[in-house]
Design a protein around this ligand. Structure first.
Ligand code: MG
Length: 320
């Protein structure tokens, strides 16, 4: 499946919207002007003027409206190798890793009292790097939730990925059994990466880049007895989101999954569940205990956090 992005004036986009009249989709994609589906191409036009064509006939369809912008994917004669690596990779990273076809992985939720750990591995082939840039994929720390959701909804159909969600019940169970968060993360990253390797087979990535959370030796120590990837292709770096867009994409997808999960928890709780591990989560957990009882906690929070005792102390005070 191919992807093409072109940039158009809003007047042209209005013209397109009329053209695709009967093929317009009713679903509302955040930030979009319209979305349409022909038998072989999905078209999404954004308020920014970017129009994304996805599908087998995307180049032909896009050709009706304009040519791919300078740095769009699939622009004829343009090699992805032209994508410059912004930061010179440090340590053992291969030179030019930022321009390679790579799997990246990252996790979200490890520091949040409420909600699961979500880990995503995503494969970005070098030809798609310019496209993802066009779509706004970058360090998710620079993006608010609204942006994360909008970008994730588009890229989930563009990049092959695997999401692993360690729900609170299970998290608390394995934590009680003595497993460290580091080991949980290693197992989740490993599984997500194996899943993506399966998905893209027989294609093999040129590199696998993990947003580093432990020393590589510890990582492989955690995975003893597990099926793992040959460790020569695996690289670790902190701030890996800035090194390869596959990690940035993985991070966005992991955050999207985490936000969705928190929304689900909020619905179950009957009030908005806060993120993080600050005083506001103590208050929210106390409210949850008062409304739903203490037994509800294990499916909402990471019990071993100090916040649990703080929430119980708030409940005690209120009940005196
Ligand atoms: Mg990370």
């Amino acid at each position: 499946m191919g992807n093409v992005v072109i940039n158009l004036e809003q007047s042209k986009i209005t013209e397109m919207k009329n053209y695709y009249g009967k093929q317009l989709l009713t679903k509302n994609i955040p930030g979009s002007v319209f979305a349409a589906k022909t038998p072989s191409c999905m078209i999404t036009a954004y308020k920014s003027g970017k129009v994304l064509f996805q599908g087998n006939d995307c180049e032909k369809e896009a050709g009706k409206w304009g040519s791919a912008s300078e740095n769009s994917a699939n622009a004829p004669g343009k090699k992805a190798a032209a994508t410059k690596v912004k930061s010179v990779p440090k340590g053992d990273l291969p030179i030019g890793i930022g321009g390679m076809s790579a799997i990246g992985s990252d996790e979200v939720g490890t520091g949040d009292f409420f909600g699961p750990i979500t880990v995503v591995a995503a494969y970005v082939k070098k030809e798609d790097i310019p496209l993802l840039k066009e779509l706004g994929v970058r360090d998710s720390k620079d993006l608010n939730d609204e942006k994360i959701i909008a970008i994730a909804k588009i890229i989930k159909d563009v990049v092959p990925f695997s999401l692993m969600t360690l729900k609170n019940e299970k998290y608390n169970q394995v934590q009680r059994s003595g497993m460290s968060q580091g080991k949980m993360k290693a197992l989740l990253h490993n599984q997500a990466i194996l899943n993506v390797l399966d998905k893209i087979a027989p294609t093999k990535p040129e590199a696998i880049l993990i947003d580093q959370f432990v020393q590589p030796s510890t990582y492989f120590q955690h995975l003893k007895g597990q099926k793992t990837i040959a460790n020569k292709d695996v690289y670790f770096s902190t701030k890996a989101e800035g090194i390869h867009l596959a990690v940035a994409a993985a991070s966005i997808l992991a955050r999207y999954a985490f936000i969705q999960y928190i929304d689900k928890l909020s619905e179950a709780a009957g009030f908005k569940i806060p993120k993080g591990a600050g005083a506001q989560v103590d208050v929210a957990a106390a409210k949850l205990i008062l409304n739903k009882g203490r037994d509800s906690l294990p499916s909402f929070v990471k019990l071993h956090f100090a916040n649990t005792d703080k929430a119980l102390a708030i409940v005690d005070k209120k009940q005196k």
